[in-house]
Write a protein that binds this ligand. Sequence first.
Ligand SMILES: [Fe+2]
Length: 340
Amino acid sequence: MQKLKKLFYSVITLTFLFNVNLPVNSTEKEVRVYSGRHYNTDREVYKKFAEETGIKVRLIEAAGISLIERLKREGKNSQADLILLVDAARITNAAKAGLLQSVESASLENDVPFGLKDKRKEWYALTRRVRVMVANPKVVDVSKIRDYTDLADPSLKGKVCLRNRKSPYNQSLVANQIVNKGESTTKTWLNGMISNVSQPFFPGDISIIRAVSKKKCGVGIVNHYYVARMLAGVNGRRDALYAKRTLVITPNPAHVNISAGGVAKYATNKNEAIELLEYLASPNGSKGLAAPTFEHPLNEVNQNSIVKDFGEFIPDNVTVEDLGVNNSLALKLMKDSGWD
Ligand SMILES: [Fe+2]
C-alpha cells in the first residue's frame, strides 16, 4: 500500500512538471519570414505584431533573386512560412515557380485593392512604389520630359542613364508599357531610349541619381523612395547633397510597383503566416512598413513632405498580374533593343 501511495505521488509530481514545463515551448507560436525587403524598419512592425498576437516572428532576410533560388533549392525542406518580395516580377515569378499557396482570407481580400492581388490568392501587395524620372535641370530641358516615352527623344542623345536589364524594376516598367501602349510602340520607345544611352548600364537606382546629379547624364529612371531616402539623409550627407541637385518628374499616369507577400507552399505555420500577412496588409501594417521607407501604403499616399514634393501620382490601371504575364516579352524586347 505504501509503495502504491509513493507511485501515485510520483506520477502526480511528474504530471505536474510535465504540464508546467512543456506548454511553454510546445504552444509558443511562431512564423518564419523570408524577406526580400531589406529595410531595418520592418522589424518594428514585426515587433508590434508579436506584442499584439504573441506570435514570434523569425526573420530570414536575403536579396530577392537569391531568395527565390533558395526556396526552389530547399523545396519541401524549406523553413519558410511567409515570403515577402519586392517587385511584381519577383512575386509573380515565385507564384509561377510553385513556391506559394493560396489562402482564404476575407481581411486580405478587403484590405488589398483590385489589381494589387493575385486572382489565385497566392500573393497580396503590402506597399506601393512609383517608378519616376530623375533629371538634372542644368543638363536637360525638364519641361520637355513628362513621360517615360520622352526619354526616346533624339534631343536626349547621350543624356539618359538606365539601370541594367537584370533589374526587375525596369522589366516591370517595360511590361507596363507593353500593356499600356502595345508591343510595337514599346519597341519604338525602347529603341529610341536605348540609343540615347551613352554609358554602361548602372547596377542600382542610387548610382543613377548620383550620376544625374554629377551631370554624367541628364535623366534616369528610378523608384521614388531612393530619391526620398537620399534627400532625407538616410544615406549620409553627401548623397543628400547629390539628390538636392536633381528634380523628380512623376509621369501621369505613373507605373506603380509593389512589395508583396504570400504564404510559402510548404509552410509549417500556415495559420500564423496568414495572420502576419493580414497584419502587414492592414491599414496600420501597410503604413508601418511604408512610412519609414518612403514607400506608399496600399490605400493612402505617404504623408512625408519629401515624398509629397514629388507631386501627386495617378496609378495607371495595369494590374500586377498583367506585369507578370508580360515579363518574358518585356525581357525579350529589352534585349533586342540593346538594353544590357
Ligand atoms: Fe528597392
